[in-house]
Design a protein around this ligand. Structure first.
Ligand code: SAH
Ligand code: MG
Length: 221
């Protein structure tokens, strides 16, 4: 990854350790020539820099620029709200007394020079997914980590991964002592249990599964 982009990623607010970001970047380089990528959980754009840097570096099979969509309502997850561990008071919109990460995200991506490659989709994950029909070369799930959001993301998004495409999941903790259960129990394990995904890489809490059976649009259950 170019050093100026790595510096931008390091400087960005967010929750993506550098070694896991490097894996995200590598799998995006591999997959983006074959179709767009989609991230669930933009926050301030830290992981989007690793993905967007890959989009900037590749040419797609049809010669068009590579694109990364990133979905977030920009109101924060449960653990980002006031009183919780990951709350950042600088991200509160005073008028509504609600989190607002959209403006910071936009600056992050503009500073990195990645606006042509990273497209923000602002809304609830399930709402966007209800109307989504585009096959994905790479799906990265890093949205709400409560039980309902994790279930919803699993029901909504993995079906859009192309045959041979990747499903990457963040904050997967097989050991309860290391972190919350929902991404592991309600996304990672069900994806493997579907028989349609096979693990191909792991760093830290990031797991990468390849769609080894089924194709975009086929339900995953
Ligand atoms: N990928 C980011 C971290 C994401 S944090 C990084 O690299 O730093 C999780 C994000 O998911 C939060 O910004 C939160 O607003 C978003 N989120 C949680 N539940 C959501 C939902 N149901 N729909 C859309 N976004 C959601
Ligand atoms: Mg995460």
């Amino acid at each position: 990854m170019p050093s100026h982009l790595l510096e931008q990623a390091r400087a960005a607010k967010g929750f993506m350790p550098e070694d896991e970001g490097a894996l995200l970047h590598r799998i995006a380089l591999e997959r983006l020539p074959h179709g767009p990528a989609l991230e669930v959980g933009t926050y301030c754009g830290k992981s989007a820099i690793y993905l967007g840097a890959a989009a900037q570096a590749v040419t797609t099979v049809d010669g068009s620029p590579a694109t990364v969509f990133t979905v977030d309502h920009h109101r924060g997850s449960e653990e980002n709200q006031a009183g919780w561990e990951h709350h950042d008071t600088s991200l509160v919109d005073a008028e509504f007394a609600k989190m607002d990460t959209l403006g910071v995200f936009r600056k992050t991506i503009a500073r990195a020079g990645l606006e042509e490659h990273v497209v923000a989709v602002v809304g609830a994950s399930v709402t966007v997914a209800r109307h989504w029909r585009t096959p994905l070369s790479l799906l990265f799930i890093d949205g709400g980590h409560g039980e309902q959001p994790a279930r919803d993301d699993f029901d909504s998004w993995p079906r859009w991964v192309q045959s041979g495409g990747y499903l990457a999941i963040h904050d997967v903790f097989p050991e309860p002592a290391d972190g919350g259960r929902p991404p592991y129990e309600l996304i990672y394990l069900p994806a493997l249990a579907s028989g349609q995904f096979t693990e191909v890489a792991a760093v830290g809490s990031l797991r990468v599964l390849e769609r080894t059976s089924g194709d975009a649009g086929d339900p995953v259950a």
